[in-house]
Design a protein around this ligand. Structure first.
Ligand code: ADP
Ligand code: ZN
Length: 216
């Protein structure tokens, strides 16, 4: 089984949704840099204050900050069971730092799961996205409605729209993806680690495909 996993794909491709399904099914630790930053913003820590304006505008948080955060998290004991990196690496320096970190904790990246999705669909998904303030579970106003409007099915928390899920910030995020993150697909392809999946098949089918692939 492949258990040290990177999830890649543009914003809205479904990394967070898939990560939550896989983490429960395969007992892996879910490491989402976006969630970590949003938690830090909520708690108004130094990290949160630093990250906030970058995130709100759709820009990337500086590499040295993000790399430090991931390094600390990956060194924790629970990650020995296997980890799902969601939203990291996003730049070449982050990818290079990750190989160093992996070496230093004697663990290897087993696979990079890449989710393909076309731009029109990304825009549609992100503009209708709602997220639980409490547990981070994702919803969509048309395609993934909660049972009770505005309330999380899983924990009863309130749903909200992320500040960076607006047209302007999304344009910036997609540009960062094209320019800085997409080249990593080549990088991981050359290392023989890349496995791509079409995220348009629906979340249950995608989960079935990816989880049976990871179990091999
Ligand atoms: P999405 O994949 O929908 O864009 P995330 O929740 O993964 O959203 O990330 C939200 C924001 O957090 C990003 O737009 C960026 O500002 C910041 N962020 C998350 N991960 C990274 C990273 N690896 N490097 C730099 N910034 C990051
Ligand atoms: Zn919730």
């Amino acid at each position: 089984m492949k258990k040290n996993i990177i999830l890649m794909g543009p914003p809205g491709a479904g990394k967070g949704t898939l990560a939550k399904q896989l983490k429960d099914a395969l007992h892996l630790v879910h490491i989402s840099t976006g969630d970590m930053f949003r938690d830090a913003i909520k708690a108004q820590t130094e990290l949160g204050k630093l990250a906030q304006s970058y995130i709100d505008h759709g820009d990337l948080v500086p590499d040295e900050v993000t790399i430090g955060l991931v390094k600390e998290r990956l060194s924790q004991k629970d990650c020995e069971a296997g980890f799902l990196l969601d939203g990291f690496p996003r730049t070449l320096p982050q990818a290079e730092a990750l190989s160093e970190i992996a070496k230093s904790i004697s663990r290897e990246i087993d696979v990079v799961v890449n989710l393909d999705c076309d731009v029109d669909e990304l825009v549609r998904r992100i503009s209708g996205r709602r997220v639980c303030k409490n547990c981070g579970a994702p919803y969509h106003v048309i395609t993934m409605k909660p049972k009770v409007e505005g309330v999380c099915d899983l924990c009863g928390g309130p749903l909200y729209q992320r500040k960076d899920d607006n047209e302007d910030a999304l344009k910036v995020r997609l540009t960062h993806y094209e320019e800085e993150t997409k080249p990593l697909l080549d990088y991981y392809q050359k290392l023989g680690l890349l496995a791509s999946f079409n995220s348009l098949v629906g979340k249950e089918n995608l989960f079935d495909e990816v989880s049976s692939f990871l179990k091999k």
